[in-house]
Design a binder for this molecule. Structure first.
Ligand SMILES: Cc1ncc(COP(=O)(O)O)c(C=O)c1O
Length: 427
């Protein structure tokens, strides 16, 4: 018989015997709501022409009004993905080709490609170790006469430092876009994350706290930005024919429209969001209680007056204190049954597209265009904190992807504690 304390990596019994239950927030309510739409026969009522239906059908609008109430924003605008939402947001602020938008490298690729879609230039600023979100000092250091906006990303489930970012933006006359894809319902000093910027919004893709398969919601308090987003969502160039004298800047329309079925599902999902957040917060609190005393492991920190909705439970390892590289620790945890522990997130600036500055065509457009600043750097070293986290100290667990009960959480804690008791065997 194997002794309980032999690492599974070395032939012992794994601490976690069976895979965890997958997270599934879709139930009878969503089914009933979707069937109702199907029975109505109206799966979308959008038309890319001026008139009432330019804003979509009844269910789309109902979902939008409910998002406005829940998130506390004057306008909510649904879109068929948050990638679409980000593209609409960047266009809506009146971006010009060659304008620079300062963005985090520690985010999903769409945050930056939404900028490139308008032939504007992503400039990567470093992140804070505490939150994995933009470091206001690095934002300030990266401002040039070309800078038009800042895109703050509320990564892993908590808000960026919006007080400082909004103050910097105000001082330099910049717009702020908040990519809150991963933090719907998180609170930042009394307001919902995503609503503090000029434009923000959330992803409704399958992996998120609430989803409609694919989808997204833009939020803003600004009437003009809201209308710009609605137009870019729906064939703006055609709608503008019926709006003589209107501002045509970036009124190149797409079809970013969300359907009635997805919106009906979204309404039911939104009702569940507070409860879904609470279960994730309780799970994270239990993990933190069980892991906080492990040497060399930093559990997520939440600023006073703010909440975290734990899309990812992100930890930082003090490799010097542990004496073992994180890949070895992660391999040991995976062997114990914690299969989804990850040691990598993203350093966007190091993607081949940025390294080779190859986006549109083969000649380096838009970086080589005459309207762009020529000395944009994506070299390794420009974001030292993000790079160190990626290379040596970040470890994360996708807490949102499972339905974890107390027993599961205790098993996770026991897996960590077992690996920590045996760190010397990993050296
Ligand atoms: C931080 C972030 N931004 C943008 C997106 C894009 O959202 P979507 O998949 O809805 O297009 C995601 C999706 O994973 C994300 O996590």
């Amino acid at each position: 018989m194997t002794t309980p304390d032999v690492l599974a990596l070395h032939g012992g019994e794994p601490a976690i015997a069976a895979p965890f239950r997958k997270y599934n927030s879709i139930g009878a309510e969503e089914k009933e709501a979707a069937v109702k739409v199907i029975e109505s026969g109206v799966l979308s009522r959008f038309i890319g022409r001026d008139g009432g239906d330019v804003y979509g059908g009844d269910v789309v609008r109902d979902f939008e009004r409910r998002c406005e109430t829940f998130f506390g924003a004057k306008h909510a605008i649904t879109v068929n993905s948050w990638t679409s939402g980000l593209i609409a947001a960047v266009g809506a602020i009146g971006i010009e080709p060659g304008d620079e938008v300062i963005v985090s490298p520690w985010t999903m690729s769409a945050s930056a490609t939404a900028i490139l879609h308008w032939n504007a230039i992503p400039v990567f600023a470093d992140i804070e170790e505490q939150t994995f979100c933009l470091d206001p000092q690095s934002v300030e250091d990266n401002i040039t006469p070309y800078t038009k906006a800042i895109m703050a990303v509320d990564i892993f489930g908590q808000s960026a430092n919006m007080r400082s970012i909004m103050e910097i933006a105000k001082r330099h006359g910049l717009k702020v876009i908040s990519d809150t894809a991963q933090a719907p319902g998180a609170v930042y000093h009394g307001r919902k994350a995503g609503t503090l910027a000029d434009i923000g919004g959330y992803s409704l893709n399958y992996h998120k706290h609430i989803h409609t398969g694919e989808g997204g919601v833009i939020v803003t308090d600004d009437d003009i930005l809201a209308e710009n987003c609605r137009m870019i969502r729906n064939h703006a160039e055609a709608v503008m024919e019926d709006r003589p004298g209107s501002d045509l800047v970036n009124m190149v329309g797409y079809n970013f429209r969300l359907g009635e079925i997805e919106s009906a599902i979204g309404i039911e999902q939104l009702k569940k969001l507070p409860g879904l957040i609470e279960t994730r917060q309780q799970a994270a609190a239990r993990l933190t209680e069980g892991l906080a005393d492990l040497k060399g492991l930093r559990v997520p920190a939440v600023e006073a007056g703010c909440t975290h909705v734990y899309y990812v439970y992100a930890m930082i390892l003090d490799i010097a204190a542990l004496g073992v590289p994180k890949e070895k620790i992660a391999a040991a945890l995976r062997a114990e049954g914690l299969t989804s522990v990850s040691t990598k997130y993203v350093n966007l600036h190091l993607l081949p597209m940025y390294q080779q500055k190859t986006a549109y065509g083969s000649n380096g457009f838009p970086w080589t265009a005459e309207f762009s600043r020529k000395n944009i750097s994506y070299e390794k070293g420009i974001c030292p904190t993000a790079e160190t986290l990626q290379d040596t100290s970040y470890m994360g667990f996708g807490i949102c992807h499972y339905e974890l009960d107390d027993n599961d959480l205790d098993l996770i804690i026991s897996a960590f504690r077992k690996v920590w008791r045996n760190l010397d065997k990993l050296v």
